[in-house]
Ligand binder design. Structure first.
Ligand SMILES: [Zn+2]
Ligand SMILES: [Zn+2]
Length: 244
């Protein structure tokens, strides 16, 4: 939509909820119904990867206990369920960027400690062919919005995809690692040496992508890498048990 037309419409219509068409007071808010339906991640969760746990099962999840990830901590605002999908999917497939600011606001609280200590925000990159198809990288939009909210510096192009990768759904952990091996590299002037980097993405699924990015950042001299995402997929083992 043309910016002027958007401005005219925005000034005529009340802002609507981030996840539905219900009018709300301020842009970037949930309506009451969606706020109640949204599954914010609360304790207990894994101290390292942030995966929600059905009950206190120790400090770390089984995955982190067996394969410690390259990143130090990962946190997310929402469980990736139907409400979170309604918020996030339009970012991927349409020019629907007004949800970005609202999502960044939601990421602030779970990411508070990580945002405070981060020297640099870096989005998970898309491969250029996918970027051309979608025209923008939703992780970069979130990183820029978070940088605006917090005053943290952002380096949108610090990390790059060296080749396209297949969707990781249905792959086991070893196959996912193999698919992502060497898929990320730093740009020449990434400026990450000695920095505490906060990696930003929309959804964390298995953590394999975040792990591969963190590995590349640490190899390039980052002092520490943490991860902040809008949503987090629950552990499928807990879902099968009906516990997540
Ligand atoms: Zn709503
Ligand atoms: Zn974990």
């Amino acid at each position: 939509m043309k910016p002027l037309l958007r401005w005219v419409l925005d000034s005529l219509l009340p802002p609507s909820c981030l996840a539905c068409d219900t009018p709300v007071e301020k842009e970037g808010q949930f309506c009451l119904g969606c706020f109640k339906a949204a599954n914010f991640i609360t304790a207990p969760f894994c101290r390292i990867c942030g995966v929600p746990m059905p009950y206190v099962m120790g400090e770390e999840c089984e995955g982190c206990a067996t394969h410690k990830p390259a990143f130090t901590q990962a946190r997310a605002a929402l469980r990736y369920d139907e409400t979170a999908k309604r918020l996030i999917l339009p970012l991927k497939y349409a020019d629907h960027t007004e949800a970005v600011k609202g999502l960044a606001e939601l990421m602030r609280r779970p990411g508070e400690a990580l945002l405070q200590t981060a020297n640099l925000l870096v989005p998970v990159p898309l491969h250029p062919t996918r970027l051309r198809a979608r025209r923008f990288n939703q992780a970069a939009l979130l990183a820029i919005a978070l940088a605006r909210l917090t005053g943290r510096p952002v380096a949108v192009d610090a990390l790059q995809r060296t080749r396209p990768t297949q969707p990781l759904e249905g792959f086991g952990a070893a196959r996912r690692r193999e698919e992502l091996e060497g898929a990320f590299a730093l740009s020449l002037d990434s400026g990450i040496s000695g920095k505490r980097v906060l990696l930003i993405d929309d959804v964390m699924t298995s953590g394999a992508t975040a792990n591969a990015c963190a590995t590349a950042l640490l190899a390039g001299g980052a002092a520490r890498v943490d991860v902040l995402t809008a949503a987090r997929v629950s552990d499928p083992r807990f879902e099968q048990l009906g516990l997540a």
